[in-house]
Design a protein around this ligand. Structure first.
Ligand SMILES: N[C@@H](CCC(=O)N[C@@H](CS)C(=O)NCC(=O)O)C(=O)O
Length: 216
């Protein structure tokens, strides 16, 4: 029998990547209890029958929260903020200009900074054995990241300390994790972006999430 207790369990699958860190970070910002299943990328652990049934994409992170099963790091961060963090200001109220700006930042970061650029660099540097050598793609992805990151730089310089202004939100979790990832890939960041990264990763919730995101 599937008990109500089981349905109320909160479980986060995935560890050790910038994308899994996002979900751990929001859970810690919210102070929510959760269990972890620290499966790793490219270990075969995302391809087990148990995990594939939960996420046919075979990708981490994946959140189970009671009856909700959700993939995609930005969706998880936003779902958690909307469900549990509106009073804490972790997402702006629905149907406001600030909420529209929140979505704009989330989609911008996930496409222009994560998928189109950093992930392309990773594929053709760290993962050459799988995706092949593609120096032109790496060069243009690097240039693309630097150009698009200027927008974050200017926004923070004009209206920081966070991308939406005074309040730290889920959009900052997405942006800061991309900036940390960029540093690891040796993509240069401006002084404004480095200060922002330092400011956001000094948060206690980040530090706790960083520990929770270790692969065991
Ligand atoms: N857009 C997705 C990307 C998820 C993704 O690609 N995750 C990688 C790890 S960062 C993964 O699970 N790859 C499968 C594997 O390597 O086994 C998100 O942001 O959640």
């Amino acid at each position: 029998m599937t008990s109500t207790k089981n349905q109320l369990r909160r479980i986060l699958w995935g560890a050790a990547t910038a994308r899994t860190l996002r979900a751990h970070w929001m859970l810690h910002e919210l102070g929510l209890d959760y269990e972890t299943r620290p499966i790793g990328s490219r270990t075969g652990e995302t391809a087990t029958a148990e995990f594939t049934q939960l996420n046919p994409r075979q990708k981490i992170p994946l959140l189970q929260d009671g009856e909700v099963t959700l993939a995609e790091s930005a969706a998880i961060v936003t779902y958690l903020a909307e469900s549990y963090g509106q009073s804490a200001g972790l997402i702006p109220p629905p149907l406001t200009a600030q909420r529209a700006a929140y979505f704009e930042w989330c989609f911008f970061v996930m496409t222009e900074l994560d998928s189109h650029t950093l992930y392309v660099i990773r594929k053709h540097t760290n993962l050459v054995a799988i995706y092949g050598d593609a120096p032109a793609a790496v060069r243009t992805a690097r240039e693309g990241f630097i150009k698009q990151a200027q927008v974050a730089d200017q926004t923070l310089a004009q209206r920081g300390p966070f991308v939406l202004g005074a309040s730290f939100t889920g959009a900052d979790i997405l942006l800061a994790t991309c900036l940390g990832w960029a540093e690891r890939l040796e993509v240069p960041l401006t002084a404004t972006l480095r200060d922002y990264l330092e400011r956001t990763t000094a948060r206690p919730a980040y530090r706790a999430a960083h520990l929770a995101n270790q692969k065991t």
